[in-house]
Design a protein around this ligand. Sequence first.
Ligand code: BV8
Ligand code: ZN
Length: 258
Amino acid sequence: MNDRQTISAGETLPDQLHDAVGNASYVVVFTGAGVSAESGIATFRDAEKAALWSRFDPMQLATAEGFLADPAMVWGWYTARRRQVMQALPNPAHEAIASLAERVPRVEVITQNIDDLHERAGSDRVTHLHGEILKSRCFDCGAPQDLSALSQEPDEQGRLEPPRCAACGGATRPGVVWFGEMLPEEAMNHAYNAAIQCDLMISVGTSGVVYPAAELPQPAHDNGAQVIHVNPERPPLVCERDWCLLGPAGSWLPRLLV
Ligand code: BV8
Ligand code: ZN
């Protein structure tokens, strides 16, 4: 990609990108934690924003081993994050993505995020590659667990014992994909097929470091799609024909998509 294809915040959006959206018949919007940043949900790796992992060790909390070692610590952390998601609201980025379906014949959202802000903004074709924090299941037998009756909060150390499965007594775990766990096969296959079939991929708010999800812009590019990255920082995997809109998703996407 040459510098002509890097547009900084405040610069005019080239007509070429408006046309790419207007002429697209199948758009995949691939999102990471950055699309929810302006809703107040902490990202994972933004150093200056006291990102989630900088205050916690992901290898301790977002792994099955970490959960088995200290279920109350991990369950307490996810309970706090679940509360944050439930109190958050979709931001203009989520809303612009949802409105795209009014202009483009087919729009798919493929997200690494575990929040439900795309759905609450009105997107109806959302694939969660890393699961959903509002869903929970038994760690032992996999039975879905209903959290609606739960109101306990973590204690001052952030700890909360996970509820027990009525069927087998196993501990309840969050319905997310932890490090070292396989992504849901159907979701990953669907995401890969969407990437190779779409004619435009918009990759929003992802650092591109978590695999295999981070690979998705590559097959899109290799199969001829135009790829547009939206991020205050240039992501690591930017290909020759890609465009980069440097800046927050909440500013760029209403200009690009609406
Ligand atoms: C797996 C759910 C098979 C839990 C998460 C190569 C191939 C395969 C696997 C690996 C591999 N190399 C390493 C691995 C292992 C590992 C991995 O990728 N590790 C990384 C750290 C190197 N992958 C796995 O374990 C995956 N499983 O591969 O299974 C296997 C099994 C065993 C051994 C090997 C392989 C499972 C990964 C899923 C982990 N679960 N989340 C939870 O949330 O608690 S990952 C977590 O990171 C979230 O899902 C998050 O979405 C995801 C990616 O991060 P981002 O979304 O990109 O967020 P981040 O903070 O990093 O970046 C934010 C970006 O937004 C920044 O660029 C910032 O500039 C930008 N931004 C900020 N503000 C804004 C903005 N952008 C726009 N607007 C703004 N306002
Ligand atoms: Zn069970």
